[in-house]
Design a protein around this ligand. Structure first.
Ligand SMILES: O=C(O)CCC(=O)C(=O)O
Ligand SMILES: [Fe+2]
Length: 712
């Protein structure tokens, strides 16, 4: 389908009228609106029948798993016998009577109902439960159920559930929110995040690290000034330990020198600007090291992609390392450090890391600012029981509010980039420290944004080898920069999040959305698009309006609805097929009717009435059921792609996703070798995307209650 066709439907030329069918429009007995209702009714009925049959077939295969049951396009019922067959026939009858009353017309033996046995033979092939799909790898039920619900509401015309969704103001405000979110995400991409932070609880029982990956024992500091012998303090303070007494801590504090700060080229002392004590690293040592807790790896994931370009980072696999710079003590009632920007110590310094040791204090928030945004690290509440940390880029302005009580003891580190090996994300970062967090939370907490629930789709902004054999292992663990930021924000807000591949079709990944400025394609500058087309692309043009629909409109003849088969992977469990009510809705959502688009375009060009918000105008995207390695296949060379897909690259056709960004980094998903008239290799590409399920507004209470904490 060319760009133009997909936007403005074919005009009069697309309306091919045979001599026989030349009936003046005035004599039509049906409108395109009637037609749409009828197509809806027929499709729904067919999906219900098919879902009943799928379960029946599944049960048949359980009775006799032999492959020879199906021969010459027919099921040989003589090979089934016994009471179980009768049982499942009864179940089929009951299901059909419940879902499609009147369909069986009171037949005594349902297998004598011709229209039913015809469908049965058609469905036989599509009803298999794949045994190699692990359930947890599949597109999550949360994504599917949210979209199914949305789709059902649309085609049944039931927008009442969402009282405001149909109003123009509500649509505007939704669009505005999407635009803002998109702008934020794009901003996140260009600047990445400028700061991040987290905490490590103090655990008393120390042991091998793998037992306490997220906890630290008490932190020891050894110090010595001049020729005096070294002393030691252990934090947090504890009544039972001599080296953890308030007196020893006081000794450490009095050993500190007043801290100066850089103003221009000078080092100045101004207590109204900075009131703090400091120790230089030659005078102290500590048992704490940020690398032990994965802090540096987290900083690498979040801050490094914004430094020096992603390609440079990937090629040189750079790492961040930290150099201990000072120990600072800000004491109540007046310790503070007003707004300043740190002086970089060298070209390769990219930022600073501040680690707050476990000692009780009040006040003393660290505020970090960048391009008009601010993050508040309020460490006072956890000051006695946790080690808390924050890292930020060198160009961030920051300040420490007045410490009103106690002692705020921090270790500061200079952060440098260097070459290094690959690393793994430790989930010790606190998404709440990320600048985008508050905004997304506000968006979800107020009504007006996807009140009926929805699925957000955001293409990954970094390139991952998402179709390599280690793929499933690497994602989402290996997400970087704005991708890890978004993923962890959604996750910590309690949304279901999943990374899945999206398949292109002739270069198009998702529907165009001019309002959000989405073309739905990867920007391939200067590259000539030469993607091999092969038989059976998304079949919107397959059925001719004149042959199929015009007789209905003009002569009131029975309607022949010819939907393309659903794009759906084989069911991954028995329960999926057994749940008939969910399955028919799933079939309904994943089938398309190309001819309806033609009919609507015809109505539009002739000025006839049609439904402007018709669900048949809504396009979907093909979402792979899981991340999977690239493969070359010779399967079904002449078959339409949609039929080949379940076997080589199982995917769902999903309408209704709220896409926010453009596809960015393509990888080959699979190639199909074709012989036929022209031998060749057709390759389809995919892009990885992050999906977040937003529950309906009335079910967002849990999200409000846990207030975004919890993480997993
Ligand atoms: O101790 C802190 O929280 C940060 C100190 C600081 O900004 C600095 O040393 O430059
Ligand atoms: Fe600073």
């Amino acid at each position: 389908m060319s760009d133009d066709e997909s936007d403005h439907f074919s005009n009069e030329q697309g309306w091919r009228m045979d001599e026989d069918d030349k009936i003046p429009i005035e004599e039509y007995s049906h409108t395109v609106i009637d037609l749409e209702d009828e197509v809806n009714r027929v499709m729904t009925e067919e999906c219900k029948v098919d879902a009943c049959l799928d379960w029946f077939i599944y049960c048949l295969k359980e009775i006799n798993p032999d492959d020879n049951l199906y021969m010459y396009g027919q099921i040989n019922f003589e090979l089934f016998s016994g009471s179980r067959l009768e049982e499942i026939k009864e179940e089929l009858r009951a299901n059909l009577n419940r879902l499609v009353p009147g369909y069986l017309d009171g037949a005594s033996d349902i297998l004598e109902v011709e229209k039913l046995t015809e469908r049965l033979n058609v469905r036989w092939r599509s009803t298999q439960v794949s045994n190699n799909t692990k359930k947890q790898d599949d597109v999550s039920g949360a994504i599917l159920d949210t979209l199914i619900e949305k789709h059902c509401r649309r085609h049944s015309g039931d927008l009442k559930a969402s009282s405001t969704a149909g109003l123009p103001e509500a649509q505007d405000s939704f669009l505005n929110s999407c635009l803002q979110l998109k702008t934020f995400i794009e901003g996140e991409r260009t600047t990445a995040s400028y700061t991040c932070g987290g905490c490590i609880p103090i655990v008393q029982a120390t042991g091998p690290l793998d037992k306490h990956p997220r906890g630290s024992g008490p932190v020891n500091i050894f110090w010595s000034i001049g020729n005096s012998s070294a002393r030691r303090v252990s934090l947090p303070l504890r009544a039972d330990a001599e080296d953890a007494s308030p007196a020893v801590l006081q000794h450490l504090i009095t050993s500190c020198d007043p801290a100066s700060f850089g103003r221009g080229q000078e080092d100045v002392m101004d207590l109204s600007y900075r009131k703090a004590g400091k120790l230089d690293p030659e005078n102290f040592a500590t048992s704490f090291h940020p690398a032990t807790f994965g802090i540096l790896e987290t900083i690498e994931k979040v801050l490094l992609p914004g430094i020096g370009g992603e390609t440079a980072n990937r090629l040189r696999s750079r790492k961040i390392y930290a150099e201990l710079y000072k120990m600072n003590v800000y004491s109540g009632p007046s310790g503070l450090f007003r707004s300043h920007v740190d002086t970089p110590r060298s070209q390769s310094q990219i930022g600073s890391l501040v680690v707050c040791l476990p000692a009780r204090f009040k006040g003393g928030s660290l505020l970090v600012r960048h391009q008009g945004r601010e993050v508040d690290f309020d460490w006072a509440p956890g000051s006695e029981t946790t080690i808390q940390w924050a890292a930020f880029y060198s160009d961030c302005e920051h300040e420490i509010k007045t410490v009103t009580e106690g002692d705020r003891i921090t270790l500061t580190y200079n952060l440098y980039v260097s070459d290094g090996a690959d690393s793994v994300l430790h989930s010790i970062m606190d998404p709440k420290s990320l600048p985008l967090y508050g905004w997304v939370k506000d968006l979800l907490m107020k009504p007006g944004f996807l009140d009926d629930g929805g699925v957000l789709g955001i293409f990954c902004s970094h390139a991952y080898p998402h179709s390599s054999s280690s793929t499933t292992h690497d994602l989402p663990r290996g997400l970087k920069g704005s991708d890890v930021v978004l993923y962890s924000i959604f996750q910590s807000l309690g949304l279901h999040v999943q990374v899945l591949p999206v398949l292109e079709n002739n270069g198009r990944y998702i529907p165009k959305d001019p309002k959000l400025g989405l073309k739905g394609k990867v920007d391939r500058e200067g590259e000539i698009e030469r993607r091999s087309r092969y038989t059976g692309e998304w079949g919107d043009d397959e059925y001719e309006f004149a042959d199929e629909i015009q007789p209905y409109l003009a002569k009131d003849e029975p309607l022949l609805v010819n939907p393309s088969n659903e794009v759906l992977p084989q069911a991954s469990s028995r329960e999926d097929i057994a749940d008939i009510d969910r399955r028919w809705r799933l079939l309904r959502m994943t089938r398309r009717v190309g001819s309806m688009k033609k009919a609507i375009s015809f109505a539009r060009s002739k000025g006839l009435p049609y439904k402007e918000d018709s669900c048949f105008l809504e396009e979907g995207a093909q979402i792979g059921s899981c991340l999977r390695p690239y493969e070359t296949t010779e399967w079904g060379q002449e078959m339409p792609l949609d039929e080949v897909l379940p076997h080589v690259w199982p995917a769902y056709y999903l309408p209704g996703i709220t896409w926010l960004t453009e596809p960015k980094h393509e990888e080959m998903a699979f190639s199909q070798i074709t012989y036929g008239n022209q031998a060749g290799l057709g390759t389809r590409y995919s892009c990885a995307a992050i999906f977040a399920v937003v529950p309906p507004w009335d079910r967002r209470t849990t999200l409000r209650e846990n207030n975004g904490s919890g993480g997993k």
